[in-house]
Design a protein around this ligand. Structure first.
Ligand code: PBG
Length: 356
């Protein structure tokens, strides 16, 4: 068919004329893999990835998390091998979550010298000192009630505030967060990452770190963290599900984006060095908007547990091509504006990128 000579209903208009066809043909730049690679706008490299690890007490423990195939709970002695493989794949950093031996109302192990994260951090630093160790700073894995802060129980902490029963107390929690961050830095953590969405957490941790002599330890703040159903599998992995209630009194409403700018501005003013938007997939617009409003700070997106599990489940059924879709998702998160991505797919992705 010769489209050029074929006319539309109006004999004076040729097909494609208004769009400058045939002069302009975008397909010219898609003709070969080489040209496609030359004009690719977004790149994804292992250097952009951060790999989360779940560390638990014991020896020789490596238990797969049932809802997250390929992700394990590991004891500190199992970390050396894991860290070597992470480093060999060119992934610069790991993000540590700890499962304590015992839980209590305030989470004492969280800031104990021999706590699980402190042990894990030392083990990793002894194995590969260059591996960047980022530690999650929150209470939920450590408290017996599973909440991210100290709770208002029977109104005893602040009787005259009339806060709801079980409310996560803000300022009381800040003191603990500062202690935890100092303890992680003392164990050798390179970066601390507060994830509780407690007001003032960045300032409290900055002050704490500075007073402890850790003024060079950066804070990677979970500045925009939504109350998301996508954290389900993580809560199995970290055994950090709230025993009652939910996290909506501190994590953000998924419907809000202007509030993300407010939260981010506050964390920047309090001294955050890097920012997080979490989760990633249902929040690509938030990543883009935060990127545009805060161009001077590195931005990290958290491709969370549920996002990983969804793809794993579909791939196990043969419904989706895991490699292709995972790399498409990670590229999409980068294209939205994230500099780095925390992802359970980090090792797989690095391997796929190396073989590409
Ligand atoms: C809290 C924390 C959570 C995640 C990271 N840090 C759970 C929560 O807020 O309930 C979720 C990460 C994921 O789903 O992959 N310490």
């Amino acid at each position: 068919m010769n489209f050029q000579n074929q006319t539309t209903k109006n004999p004076n208009v040729k097909i494609g004329q208004a769009a400058n066809f045939p002069t302009i043909r975008p397909r010219r730049l898609r003709i070969s893999p080489q040209i496609r690679a030359m004009v690719r706008e977004t790149n994804l490299t292992p250097n952009d990835l951060i790999y989360p690890l779940f560390v638990t007490h014991g020896r020789g423990v490596k238990t797969e998390i049932s809802s997250m195939p390929g992700v394990y709970n590991m004891s500190p002695d199992m970390l050396a091998e894991e860290i070597h493989s992470v480093a060999e794949l060119g992934i610069p950093a790991v993000l540590l979550f700890g499962i304590p031996a015992e839980k209590d109302p305030i989470g004492l192990e969280n800031f104990a010298d021999n706590g699980i994260i402190q042990q894990a951090t030392r083990a990793i630093k002894e194995t590969i000192p260059e591996m960047v160790v980022i530690t999650d700073v929150c209470l939920c894995e450590y408290t017996d009630h599973g909440h991210c802060g100290i709770l208002n129980v029977g109104g005893q902490n602040r009787p005259n505030l009339h806060l709801p029963e079980g409310y996560v107390l803000n300022d009381e929690t800040l003191e603990i967060l500062a202690k935890v961050a100092i303890s992680h830095a003392a164990a050798g953590a390179d970066i601390v990452a507060p994830s509780g969405m407690i007001d003032g957490m960045v300032a409290a941790i900055r002050t704490g770190l500075d007073s402890g002599g850790y003024e060079h330890t950066p804070i990677l703040s979970y500045s925009t963290k939504y109350a998301s159903g996508f954290y389900g599998p993580f809560r199995e992995a970290a055994q950090g599900a709230p025993k009652s209630g939910d996290r909506r009194s501190h994590q953000m409403d998924p419907a809000n984006i202007r509030e993300a700018l407010r939260e981010t501005a506050l964390d920047v003013a309090e001294g955050a060095d890097m920012l997080i938007v979490k989760p990633a997939l249902a929040y690509l617009d938030v990543i883009r908007t935060v990127r545009e409003h805060f161009p001077e700070l590195p931005l990290v997106a958290y491709n969370v547990s549920g996002e990983y599990s969804m793809l794993k489940a579909a791939a196990a059924q043969g419904w989706l091509d895991e490699e292709r879709v995972a790399l498409e998702i990670l590229t999409g998160i980068r294209r939205a504006g994230a500099d780095m991505i925390i992802t359970y797919h980090a090792k797989d992705a690095a391997r796929w990128l190396q073989n590409a």
